[in-house]
Design a binder for this molecule. Structure first.
Ligand SMILES: *Cc1c(COP(=O)(O)O)cnc(C)c1O
Length: 229
């Protein structure tokens, strides 16, 4: 079943790219494996998946210790400052940086470990109250502060669009995030690059591709429904 799902998502990514004249090499697929057992991840690994997304620090660290070391782990969920020490150096990319305090903690931990931590700034483009993320208006000032944190590198922006049965409704948010990235990119701050736009999930990744996504975070379409029980 996993192979069928992976093939289908790949096919849809190809079709979406063709439909809007993009090259599929521009798109990185993050296989969102949260709640799924390591055996399932290993099956995905054997199908060629090398980038897995998790939303809990403990789960990411535990799975990483049990699976092949060439997997790149992405932290996509809300991150608490007190857990930063466990994730810096473990996650190849942290998608969910949404406060200066968190950025500062990551910078400090990266210094301690002698590395540069790659991050994305999470933006709550839709303005939903129950969502994490910087507001669109906060992003420019946030980026200006990043030069104070030489041990991190901002690689782009991330957003979680609203859950909807009509993916077309999310096009406006993806477009807004892209525009924001273009605006920030023009300012050319020291450790800020806008190479990555992490947007698009199971319900709306084709629309996200059309609006310029370079990184998709897909869980359900690859691994099936999650059981949180
Ligand atoms: C769970 C999750 C996803 C994947 O969601 P699906 O709808 O299952 O594809 C993507 N991004 C984030 C931040 C998530 O928490």
């Amino acid at each position: 079943m996993l192979k069928k799902n992976f093939d289908e998502v790949k096919r849809r990514i190809q079709a979406a790219c063709q439909g809007c004249g993009r090259n599929e090499d521009e798109i990185t697929l993050v296989a969102v494996s949260k709640t799924k057992p390591v055996e399932t991840l290993l099956e995905a690994y054997n199908l060629g998946a090398r980038i897995f997304g998790e939303n809990k620090v403990q789960e990411l660290v535990d799975k990483a210790s049990l699976l092949p070391t060439d997997i790149r782990w992405h932290m996509i969920g809300h991150l608490q400052t007190n857990k930063v020490k466990y994730i810096v150096g473990k996650a190849k990319l942290i998608h969910s940086v949404d406060t200066l305090r968190l950025a500062e903690a990551i910078d400090k931990e990266a210094l301690k470990k002698g590395i540069i931590a790659d991050i994305l700034a999470e933006v709550n483009v839709s303005g939903e109250e129950n969502k994490f993320g910087l507001s669109v208006g906060e992003v420019p000032a946030f980026m200006e502060r990043m030069q104070r944190f030489p041990h991190l590198r901002v690689k782009g922006l991330m957003t979680v669009a609203p859950y909807t049965k009509k993916p077309e409704e999310n096009r406006q948010y993806f477009r807004r995030l892209r525009q924001l990235a273009v605006d920030i990119g023009r300012k050319k701050a020291d450790n800020v690059k806008m190479d990555i736009l992490s947007m698009g999930m199971t319900g709306d990744y084709q629309i996200a591709i059309e609006e310029g996504a370079t990184m998709l975070r897909v869980g359900t379409a690859l691994f099936g429904e999650r059981d949180y029980a």
